[in-house]
Design a protein around this ligand. Structure first.
Ligand SMILES: Cc1ncc(COP(=O)(O)O)c(C=O)c1O
Length: 372
């Protein structure tokens, strides 16, 4: 029968490029959550829009709902660069990264990814048939020492401030990487979330540099999917083509809201100050609780909203799973971010001071009760 013939042809097998690609460990830990869990595994701000922000959104909803140009409304792109041809608006940074990889990475290429680093980078390389090659970031300051560049290196991925480390790469190193030869993707999604000084950006450091950024983290707009890519117009061309086949264009509502946010300069500056103040208070509460409950002192992270904490147990995946089931607190095992993450857990402080303190106290209580 025809249907048997189809099953013999493995109709339901995923495409080769998706075989072995699975939902991240982060999703697996979050699946263990119960209504009683304190969630310190989250990767999005615990900040709600204020009255002005909601008003901007209402006004944004009154603009046209038709498609925009593939790369986004020119008026928005002009707010992000003098030359709008250097900008492509995307459905979040994640879509931007996917478009860049689709545009530039071939089977057999090598892509340098931070270890520990954000889970997507290595997966995006694998989907293209390329080999992710981890480069080491070493505690306590998590700086880049050597990049294993070879003749096969197509792309170097940099993420500063870093998820999961909260570290910031210094300016000299960024300049060196920009001029190392291969294309560079600098993921700057956390660049507005800093505590001492604004982090240096790679934007414009060389023609090879592509930066990605967006409003998910700075404006708590994770669900509205608004990001952008900056690149030299020649470098941008194939990226816009990829983006056209992935998303057509980013949501025009989110584009209109982004424009309104950038136009409301005074409000926006205050909003960003408020975001940084709130995260600083939550970070300090988390550092205090970690020192008291887990008996470790780590240097305060300089950006983003994560602590990467040495774990009292070596196998951090089973530690995180046990904490989820027995102590009702969710943290992410460091190994989810690469082999150098083993021995650490990521604690997100994108949660209220009360939740951060309660969650870390629960870790402490579990450690004491199990004699660690
Ligand atoms: C380092 C990093 N890059 C990109 C993203 C994706 O963000 P977006 O919501 O803009 O797609 C995240 C989200 O957690 C992230 O941590």
């Amino acid at each position: 029968m025809l249907s048997d013939a189809y099953s013999a042809l493995s109709t339901l097998n995923s495409a080769l490029r998706f075989q072995g690609i699975e939902l991240s460990l982060i999703r697996q830990i979050n699946a263990l959550a119960t209504p009683l869990s304190t969630n310190l595994g989250i990767g999005e701000p615990n900040i709600e829009p204020d009255a002005t922000f909601r008003e901007l959104a209402k006004r944004a909803a009154t603009t046209s709902w038709h498609y925009s140009a593939n790369a986004g409304h020119t008026s928005l792109r002009k707010k992000l660069a003098d030359d709008p041809n250097e900008i492509c608006i995307t459905a979040g940074t994640q879509e931007g990264l996917f478009a860049i990889f689709q545009a530039y990475v071939d089977p057999g290429d090598e892509v340098l990814v931070p270890n520990p680093g954000f889970v997507s980078y290595a997966t995006l390389a694998r989907i293209c048939g390329a080999t992710p090659v981890p480069y080491n970031l070493e505690p306590p300051d998590w700086q880049i020492d050597q990049l294993p560049i070879t003749s096969k290196t197509k792309l170097i991925v940099v993420n500063s401030p870093s998820n999961p480390l909260g570290s910031i790469i210094n300016d000299d190193k960024l300049r060196e990487i920009a001029n190392a030869g291969p294309l560079v993707v600098s993921d700057e999604i956390y660049h507005e979330i800093w505590y001492d000084a604004p982090p240096p950006s790679m934007r414009g450091l060389s023609k090879n540099v592509i930066t990605v950024d967006g409003l998910s983290k700075s404006h708590s707009m994770t669900g509205l999917r608004l990001g952008w890519i900056h690149a030299h117009p020649d470098v941008m061309k194939p990226i816009i083509t990829a983006h056209q086949y992935i998303a057509t264009c980013a949501s025009v509502f989110s584009q209109a809201l982004a424009e309104a946010v950038f136009d409301a300069k005074e409000w926006n500056a205050q909003w960003l100050d408020g975001v940084r103040q709130q995260f600083r208070a939550q970070r300090d509460a988390a550092l205090f609780a970690v020192e008291r409950e887990m008996e470790v002192k780590i240097p305060p992270p300089r950006g983003a909203f994560y602590l990467f904490v040495p774990s009292p147990l070596c196998d951090t995946l089973s530690f995180a799973k046990t904490l989820a089931t027995d102590a009702a607190v969710l943290v992410i095992p460091g190994v989810a971010f690469g082999s150098n993450g083993e021995g650490f857990v990521r604690i997100s402080y994108a949660a209220s001071i009360e939740e951060v303190s309660t969650g870390i106290e629960r870790i402490g209580r579990w450690l004491r009760s199990s004699g660690r």
